[in-house]
Design a protein around this ligand. Structure first.
Ligand SMILES: Cc1ncc(COP(=O)(O)O)c(C=O)c1O
Length: 388
């Protein structure tokens, strides 16, 4: 038979990540050098022993295998306790939190719950790729706010045209960001709340990297801004902070009316997450400080090595105090996709071209801090030999 994809499928292009990886594998064989993969933000640190033990004990119980349908009370209460301890934000466990199957699932489905074709969704360029996928699924129209270094890579609200703001239904933000690891501030989030109230826009802040900060206090939660719960939501995940990426567990917290609508949508889409994962996630949240402190020490060291190394090579590096990535401008006149392929060919270092995250990423690459310090130093030494 002839298989014809839907028209909508033309909007979902194959991701560049897969092409880079298969090229890198070929080169590894051809050139005989080992790759240093700084492409995907997949945590390389194993989950805490306490979490591994919990998963294995609970998974061996026959009673763990029924449908869960939704998030468990145990999970929701742990999220509420975590938000209160870490962010000083009170959440009602039953009405202000909904569990999602990783934040990816939440991000791609959420626009369906609030946007109709013709509605605009504000987000950033560059930005995390799932936002565009969700906007496309909902048939909404993205409006990309450029992130530029002169403005500390913060999305400039005054640059959003009035007519777009009036047609916007949703605003998706991400700090510390991927790929640009800019930090949030209470002042900025307060500005976002005022803007959202003025134009009646739902805000969704993606806090996937909230436990990744190098010095000082944790990045501010969007829900800690005055009035934030009137206008929006925060999505967070256990993938990065607790090295549970494969377990697929995350949550959205905030405005009760919005949470209710998302729960209604999800009751038609999925039947919940495996109970041992939910219980282990609750355990992780209850021990967050103990589990995430070593991660910060490790990532701060990695960040310092890579940032300083690239600066020494004459690259420009976006300043940051957190996140899992380095966003860097290379000193060569070549587009970012060709540059990423050349870097693999000549050095075996895998980086993601900036344009994978939007047109404003031209001239940049994203490097994930997912290798140990020695390999990051080795990556810098290899990049020094590039001839372009
Ligand atoms: C900013 C951001 N949000 C969400 C996700 C999705 O993570 P997960 O679905 O594992 O929670 C990622 C993954 O890289 C990310 O970088």
């Amino acid at each position: 038979m002839r298989v014809n994809p839907s028209k909508k499928m033309s909007l979902f292009e194959p991701a560049i990540f897969a092409k880079l990886k298969s090229f890198a594998k070929q080169q590894e064989k051809l050139l005989g050098f080992n790759l240093i993969d700084l492409s995907l933000g997949s945590p390389d640190i194993p989950p805490h022993d306490m979490l591994l033990k919990s998963m294995s004990e609970l998974s061996s119980q026959a009673s763990s295998y029924g449908y869960t349908l939704t998030g468990s009370n145990e999970f929701y209460e742990a999220v509420a306790r975590y938000y209160l301890r870490v962010n000083k934000v009170e959440l009602n466990p039953q009405h202000e939190i909904v569990q999602t199957i990783g934040s990816q699932e939440g991000l791609v489905h959420l626009p369906i719950a609030f946007c109709d074709p013709g509605d605009y969704v504000l987000t950033t360029n560059p930005g995390y790729v799932a936002y565009a996928a969700g906007i496309t699924l909902a048939g909404a129209t993205p409006y990309y706010i450029p992130l530029d270094g002169d403005n500390g890579f913060l999305p400039k609200l005054s640059a959003i045209p009035e007519e777009i703001a009036h047609k916007a239904k949703l605003f998706i933000l991400n700090m510390p960001g991927n790929p640009v690891p800019m930090a949030p501030s209470i002042e900025y989030f307060t500005e976002v709340v005022d803007f959202a109230k003025k134009y009646n826009i739902i805000v969704l802040h993606d806090a996937a990297y909230s436990e990744f900060y190098f010095t000082g206090d944790s990045p501010i939660s969007f829900l800690a801004a005055p009035g934030a719960k009137d206008v929006g939501l925060e999505i967070n995940s256990l993938s990065k902070s607790f090295s549970l990426a494969g377990a697929r567990v995350a949550y959205i917290a905030g405005n009760a009316e919005m949470i209710d609508i998302i729960k209604q949508l999800k009751s038609n889409l999925d039947f919940g997450i495996f109970n041992p994962i939910q219980a282990t996630a609750a355990l992780a949240l209850d021990h967050a400080e103990e589990i995430t402190a070593p991660l910060r020490t490790t990532f701060a060291k990695r960040h310092a090595i890579l940032m300083q190394g690239l600066l020494n090579l004459g690259w420009e590096v976006a300043p940051s105090n957190g996140g899992m990535f380095v966003w860097a401008k290379y000193p060569y006149e070549i587009d970012s996709v060709s540059f990423a392929f050349k870097a693999i060919e000549q050095t075996g270092v895998l980086m993601v071209p900036g344009t994978a995250f939007g047109s404003e990423g031209e001239g940049f690459v994203r490097l994930a801090l997912v290798q140990n310090e020695n390999l990051l130093s080795e990556a810098v030494s290899r990049l020094k030999t590039l001839s372009i």
